[in-house]
Design a protein around this ligand. Sequence first.
Ligand code: UDX
Ligand code: ADP
Length: 465
Amino acid sequence: MVKICGIGAGYVGGPTMAVIALKCPSIEVAVVDISHSRISAWNSEKLPIYEPGLEEVVKQCRGKNLLFSTDVEKHIFEADIIFVSVNTPTKSSGLGAGKAADLTYWESAARMVADMSKSDKIIVEKSTVPVRTAEAIEKILTHNSSKGVKFQILSNPEFLSEGTAIQDLINPDRVLIGGREGPEGHEAVLKLKGIYDHWVPEDKIITTNLWSAELSKLADNAFLAQRISSINAMSALCEVTGAEISQLSDALSKNTKIGPKFLNASVGFGGSCFQKDILNLVYICESNGLIEVANYWKQVIKVNDYQKSRFVNRVVSSMFNTVSGKKIAVLGFAFKKDTSDTRKTPAIDVCKGLLGDNACLSIYDPRVSKDQIHKDLSMDSEVKHVSIVSDAYEATKDAHGICILTEWDEFKTLDYQRVFENMQKPAFVFDGRNILNVDKLTKIGFIVYSIGRPLHQWMNNIHQP
Ligand code: UDX
Ligand code: ADP
């Protein structure tokens, strides 16, 4: 029986390993993590992350061929294949600070693998890493392991999107497996392919060399993020010309060379991958002397930052140039709907921007915990201006304005007549996700701002700084 160990029980490792267990009943899957609280949550009724469909999969396999444990050593020792899905945040200090990936967790996982392995193993890079990380990992493994133990490193980047992770895993567009050239590398690739063969059609499994697989993941996210920054840049132009962003998106989407996805203008992209991976790419380009290429990708992030600050400026300038002491309802905090994840959510920058102008925020998100929001906004002096509430009606009561920052379905169907009646007047709605019906809200009496749409007369007369 093949044994798999997944190191890292986070947003990538947890769902990925659970789906492998579901689809391969003959394989024993152990998911290990150094965090005791994470593992005990995986073993409880309330999983540590919210992801539609995840609970069903875990319930079906847990205790059969899927287990969650903090005994990292034991499961590394027993495994034939080890998937590494530990976090790789952007370095916050030292060489490459603010850009390069921090591989501390990766390195410590690799050292543990080297220490514990007494038989040959395949190591699979799941978390996104800079190009040529595999080489560094190989060095750590070969220089630290017992004599005779052989490792093969594969890159098998994860393309799942949070919120649709289970569907993405069960029905992937493609599975990418990169390995070393030569017979041993080839054999390792085939072994991993054999796992995916349980449920993924052969033509969707692409095998490449190691570096292509690593770079494909960074390129993939950079291209997606670039589309959002492109459409968001257009949204700013729409607002000053009277063009309408949804008509523009619609027209572009019909061009089969462009296609319909990733054309929704928004308050900005977030999530754990896009910014980090682009920064990674920028760092790699700079390290290779490709300054123009680095600057090109940097601009994608700059436009994203611009989109967030443009939104804050719009709120403040519309409300007589001051939000000081005014209650603003923030609906949605997660970086997109159907996830509890707040990493790099645009809501953090927007909230901090509004707090910087002394607004009083009342925040509601259906899935993000109070503690998480407090942690994300950890600005001690201003935290007293933040209250986190448990429903949208409470958040909007007596508020001067509403900011929609996540496209949760429930915000589309609120009783806006009731919301309006309980707000201060003039009552503003700033729709950062373009999910609301502007005409309907305007009829009720709201002054509505919607990204990239013709401006309400109120805002038209205001000069944006
Ligand atoms: C992304 C990639 O899609 C996935 O392939 C990769 O493996 C991990 O990174 P994820 O971060 O889960 O997935 O979310 P995604 O759906 O890509 O959205 C990222 C951000 O872009 C979100 O903040 C989302 O709200 C925003 N977005 C997305 C837009 O603003 N407009 C769009 O049209 C699409
Ligand atoms: P991602 O979105 O990439 O899955 P997360 O932060 O959600 O990132 O998950 C990464 C997980 O990896 C965390 O739960 C963290 O505790 C775990 N981790 C980090 N380093 C190690 C290690 N050396 N051994 C085991 N688990 C680790």
